[in-house]
Design a protein around this ligand. Structure first.
Ligand SMILES: Cc1cc2nc3c(=O)[nH]c(=O)nc-3n(C[C@H](O)[C@H](O)[C@H](O)COP(=O)(O)OP(=O)(O)OC[C@H]3O[C@@H](n4cnc5c(N)ncnc54)[C@H](O)[C@@H]3O)c2cc1C
Length: 430
C-alpha cells in the first residue's frame, strides 16, 4: 500500500486528501487543530472568484502600496521593520512583474477549472456550504478605476472568463440592494460565493467516510527522511502529562508527504531541503449577523468586489454577511486590530446603510502568499515530497484544481500498489 501523509487540514490539505483517496491511496491528514479548516480557511472573503485572478505583481500596485503606507486605514500596509523573510520575498515579488500577464492568465484558467471540480464534489458528497451561484460584481467609483479594470478585463477574457462591463443602471438590476453612486462595473455571472469552512469540514467528513484518517490536535515537529519514505514526528497539542509520555509518541511512517501547511509550508520545505517562498499576508474579515428582516433585505446576495478599497463581500445564507479585505505585511502576527476592522464596518454602513452592524464578529487570517502569486504545486527535490501550497488570496477559489494536479503528479511517480480498504476511524490520538 502506498501511504501518503498530508500536513495541514485547511482547504488545500482536505481537497488533496480527497483527490488522493479517489485514486486509491492510503491517506493520513495531520493538523494541530481539533477540526479541519480552522486557520486561513475559516472566515475569509468566501468568493469563488476567477474575476480576482489578476496577480498583484504590477508597478502601479507597488506605487499605490507605497502611497498607502502613510495611511493607517489603507487596504495595504507594510510594517517597515527589517526582516530577511519579508524583504527577500518583496524582491522576488518585484521580479515577478515581468510575468504579470502570463501569471494572470494562468490563474484565471486554474480558477475556471477549479469550479467544475468543486461543484461536482459538493453535489456528489451533498455538502451544504451556503453556495450562492449569483455571480460577482466589481464596483468602480470613478472613471480611473473603471479604466484600470477594463485593462485587466482583457486578460481575464483571454483566459476564458465571462466577465463583462456593466453600467451603473445595470449594476442596480444585478444587485438591487446597492445604494452608493458608481461610475460603472464588471460582472462575472459564473463566479459564486460559499462558506469555505463549512465546505472544508463537510469534505473532511466525506474523506473519513471514504477511509482517510485524520490526526487532529497533532502538531508536526519534523519530517525525517528515511531509507524508504518519511517519519513524521509529532506531539499532541494538549500535553497534560507534561511530556512524561513523550516516548509513546512514535513517529508515523509514510511513503510520501504533501505539504499543505499554509504559511508554515516554508519551514517544512526548508527541513526537506526545498525552498518554498511563502509569506504570511494578513487580512481581516467581519461577519455581520443579519438579525432582522430589514437587515436581511438590505444585504446583497451577489458577491461584491470594491476596486477602490479592495474589499469583497459574500452573503452566507439568510442571516450572515461576510466583508473582508486588507493586506498587511507584518509577519506571523494574528492580532485583530481595531483600526483595521473599523474600515470594514464603515464600508458596510456606507454601501448598505440599512444593514444593522450591531452584531459583528471580527477575524484575521494569514494568506500563504508566494512572490509570483502562483501556488507551488508538484514535487519537491526529494523523491516522495510534494507541495500544494501558497495559494495566497485565492486558496478557496483554486484548491480543487490544484488538488487534482498534485494528485496526478504523485500518481505519475508513486503509483498505488494496493487499494486500501476503507477505515472510517478518525485518529485523534495516535
Ligand atoms: C481576509 C482574507 C480573505 C480571503 N478571501 C478569499 C476569497 O474570497 N476567495 C479565495 O479564494 N480565497 C480567499 N482568501 C485566501 C484563502 O483563505 C487561503 O488561500 C486558503 O484558506 C489557504 O488554505 P491552506 O489550506 O493553504 O491554508 P490553511 O487553511 O491555513 O491550512 C493550513 C493548515 O496547516 C496546519 N498546520 C500548519 N503547521 C502545522 C504543524 N506544524 N502541525 C500540524 N498542522 C499544521 C494549520 O493548522 C492549518 O490548518 C482570503 C484570505 C484572507 C486572509
Amino acid at each position: 500500500m502506498t501511504h501518503i501523509g498530508i500536513i495541514g487540514a485547511g482547504i488545500t490539505g482536505v481537497t488533496t486528501a480527497y483527490a488522493l483517496n479517489e485514486r486509491g491511496y492510503e491517506v493520513t491528514v495531520f493538523d494541530q487543530h481539533r477540526y479541519a479548516g480552522m486557520e486561513t480557511s475559516f472566515a475569509n472573503g468566501e468568493q469563488l472568484t476567477a474575476s480576482s485572478a489578476e496577480v498583484w505583481n504590477k508597478l502601479s500596485t507597488v506605487f499605490q502600496g507605497l502611497r498607502w503606507m502613510m495611511r493607517r486605514d489603507a487596504p495595504l500596509r507594510m510594517n517597515p521593520m527589517p526582516s530577511w523573510h519579508k524583504y527577500s520575498w518583496a524582491a522576488e515579488f518585484l521580479l515577478g512583474i515581468r510575468n504579470y500577464r502570463q501569471n494572470t492568465i494562468e490563474t484565471v484558467r486554474l480558477a475556471i477549472e477549479a469550479r467544475h471540480h468543486l461543484f461536482e464534489i459538493a453535489e456528489r458528497e451533498t455538502i451544504d456550504f451556503d453556495l450562492e451561484r449569483r455571480g460577482v460584481l466589481l464596483i468602480c467609483k470613478d472613471k480611473a478605476g473603471y479604466n484600470k479594470a477594463s485593462e485587466v478585463n482583457k486578460l481575464l477574457n483571454e483566459g476564458g472568463l465571462d466577465r463583462r462591463p456593466v453600467t451603473s443602471g445595470e449594476m442596480r438590476q444585478i444587485e438591487p440592494t446597492l445604494k452608493g453612486s458608481y461610475y460603472g462595473g464588471f460582472f462575472t455571472p459564473s463566479d459564486s460565493t460559499g462558506d469555505v469552512h463549512k465546505f472544508t469540514r463537510g469534505l473532511a467528513d466525506a474523506c473519513v467516510r471514504h477511509g482517510v484518517r485524520f490526526a487532529y490536535d497533532t502538531e508536526i515537529e519534523k519530517i525525517v527522511p528515511k531509507d524508504s519514505g518519511y517519519a513524521i514526528r509529532w506531539i499532541p497539542v494538549s500535553r497534560d502529562d507534561g511530556g512524561a509520555n513523550a516516548n509513546e509518541w512514535r513517529p508515523i511512517q509514510v511513503d510520501g508527504v504533501v505539504i499543505c501547511a499554509g504559511c508554515a509550508s516554508r519551514n517544512f520545505a526548508a527541513q526537506l531541503g526545498d525552498r518554498v517562498s511563502v509569506y504570511p499576508v494578513k487580512g481581516y474579515s467581519i461577519t455581520v449577523f443579519l438579525s432582522t428582516p430589514e437587515s436581511q433585505a438590505a444585504a446583497p446576495f451577489v458577491g461584491i468586489a470594491d476596486d477602490a478599497t479592495k474589499i469583497v463581500t459574500s452573503r452566507l445564507d439568510r442571516d450572515r454577511f461576510r466583508v473582508a479585505g486588507t493586506a498587511e505585511f507584518s509577519g506571523f502576527n494574528r492580532d485583530i486590530r481595531h483600526d483595521r476592522i473599523q474600515p470594514l464596518i464603515d464600508w458596510t454602513r456606507q454601501q448598505f446603510p440599512n444593514v444593522a452592524t450591531d452584531r459583528v464578529v471580527a477575524w484575521s487570517g494569514l494568506r500563504p502568499m508566494t512572490p509570483s502569486m502562483l501556488p507551488r504545486v508538484g514535487p519537491g527535490g526529494r523523491f516522495g515530497v510534494f507541495y500544494n501550497t501558497g495559494h495566497g488570496h485565492l486558496g478557496w477559489t483554486l484548491a480543487t484544481a490544484t488538488a487534482q494536479r498534485v494528485a496526478d503528479a504523485i500518481a505519475r511517480v508513486m503509483p498505488v500498489t494496493k487499494h486500501v480498504a476503507a477505515n472510517p476511524a478518525v485518529v485523534s490520538s495516535l
